[in-house]
Design a binder for this molecule. Structure first.
Ligand SMILES: Cc1cc2nc3c(=O)[nH]c(=O)nc-3n(C[C@H](O)[C@H](O)[C@H](O)COP(=O)(O)O)c2cc1C
Length: 170
């Protein structure tokens, strides 16, 4: 899919078909994360691929939506804070690195005809418990992965004029 089509066709999918996702597609999605840039090339994360079948009730404790557990797969990106690059002023870049990797996966999934939805409004404590996350590691974001069973709405976005200025803040 060409890039312009890819970024305009991606949308937050909130209904999924009861169709499994081919393993080669999951592999391609994970390779996209692997190729993502990260600060100082640290790649300070681990990606957990979760088969939802049989885990629906536990997953609902993490994020309570029918469509979340309808998808055959959920992918979680988990950040390892001590491995992330920290700037001199102390700013740790973990969240940025994880977001880039997640976005690469989401765009790769779109390119393969799959639906996804960024999920950050989940319960961190339930996610930690379910995924057996050790201390020092944080679940940053989740996405279901599956074949869409809904259709995209219209994309509401700010105008470029509201988002961009030239040379300095105005
Ligand atoms: C960092 C981030 C967190 C998000 N968390 C959630 C979430 O917890 N639940 C949800 O339904 N959508 C979530 N979304 C999806 C946004 O609501 C959605 O991307 C936005 O409304 C634009 O719609 P679109 O993705 O269909 O273009 C999140 C998106 C981002 C980028």
């Amino acid at each position: 899919m060409d890039f312009e089509r890819l970024i305009s066709e991606r949308y937050s999918v909130r209904a999924y078909k009861n169709t499994s996702v081919e393993e080669w597609k999951i592999e391609k999605i994970l390779q996209a994360a692997r190729l993502a840039p990260s600060a100082a090339n640290r790649q300070p994360y681990k990606i957990i691929v979760i088969d939802t079948k049989g885990k629906e009730s536990e997953l609902r404790k993490v994020y309570d939506a029918d469509w979340f557990v309808q998808a055959p797969v959920v992918i979680a990106i988990c950040g390892i804070k001590k491995e992330a690059w920290t700037r001199r002023d102390g700013k740790n870049h973990l969240d940025i690195d994880c977001a880039i990797a997640m976005d690469h996966m989401i765009l790769a999934a779109t390119d393969l005809g799959l639906g996804t939805c960024w999920i950050c409004a989940f319960s961190p404590s339930e996610a930690k418990k379910l995924l057996r996350i050790p201390d020092g590691v944080e679940v940053i974001a989740l996405t279901p992965v599956g074949y869409p069973a809904d259709t995209p709405g219209t994309k509401k976005r700010k105008d470029l004029k509201q988002l961009v200025c030239r040379d300095f803040w105005q």
